[in-house]
Design a protein around this ligand. Structure first.
Ligand code: PGA
Length: 245
């Protein structure tokens, strides 16, 4: 059986390298014994440099985004090859905050997915509906549409290295997660649309109280954790609960 994956998305936090190191060290110490879980930390790019990611540590690293070219005159961008060469194994692509604040299109997200796969990174593609889309009963259409547009021209072999994160936008950073029933339904829709065995994670206000049920009740293969990943005690508790469930 594939390992369950717990991804920490630090977003644009914390504000100093010292704080990032303290956070990382507390998490590293706290999760040492939970060998059955693949733990992936996605810090801001600037902190990826602080320490050799190839060290024999159980924690894996990922970027929060990447560009679609390997190198060149693209001011401000980070390429998937640069992430790979820095020791990253994963990269989050198409997070709703990137779609919203940086106007990322499905076409661009598709290009990023391809480039990440080419660099031998595992892309974690984020998809999910807005509250309005949910109210209008459009969840199935939105998810299907995002998957179709973000994953065009990918071979079955390439799809094997892909991870999907179902992140209902209305549940992100709100302290109120999706119900297990609705999340389970979304997971079923994603599976049906992909027709492949792909790991699907849940993200959106995950905490130590709801983490277990997204795995046990809703059947996800892991979690994408934002806010709670910045609180070492809470994050370690999530890992522990999932590991022991
Ligand atoms: P949250 O963020 O856990 O703070 O809701 C999740 C995410 O945006 O990936």
């Amino acid at each position: 059986m594939e390992k369950l994956i717990i991804v920490a998305n630090w977003k644009c936090n914390p504000t100093t390298l010292l704080k990032a190191k303290l956070l990382f060290n507390s998490i590293k110490r706290g999760v040492r014994s939970f060998k059955k879980i693949e733990i992936v930390i996605c810090p801001p790019f600037v902190y990826l440099m602080a320490g050799d990611k190839r060290q024999a540590t159980r924690i894996k690293f990922g970027g929060q985004d990447c560009f679609w070219e390997e190198e060149g005159a693209f001011t401000g961008e980070i390429s998937p090859l640069q992430l790979k060469n820095l020791g990253c194994r994963y990269v989050i692509i198409g997070h709703s905050e990137r779609r919203k604040y940086f106007s990322e299109t499905n076409k661009e997200i598709g290009q990023k997915i391809k480039a990440a796969l080419l660099a031998k990174l595992k892309p974690i593609l984020c998809i999910g509906e807005t509250r309005q889309e949910r109210r209008k009963g459009k969840v199935e259409r939105v998810l299907r549409d995002q998957l179709k547009k973000d994953l065009t021209d990918l071979s079955a072999h390439q799809l094997k290295n892909l991870i999907i994160a179902y992140e209902p936008i209305w549940a992100i950073g709100k302290g109120r997660a999706c119900s297990f029933e609705d999340a389970k339904w979304a997971r079923y829709l994603i599976k049906k649309s992909l027709k492949k065995k792909i790991s699907i994670l849940y993200g959106g206000s995950v905490n130590s109280k709801n983490a277990k049920n997204f795995i046990k009740e809703a059947g996800f293969q892991g979690l994408l954790v934002g806010g709670a990943s910045l609180k070492p005690k809470e994050f370690i508790k999530i890992v522990k609960i999932v590991a022991e469930s």
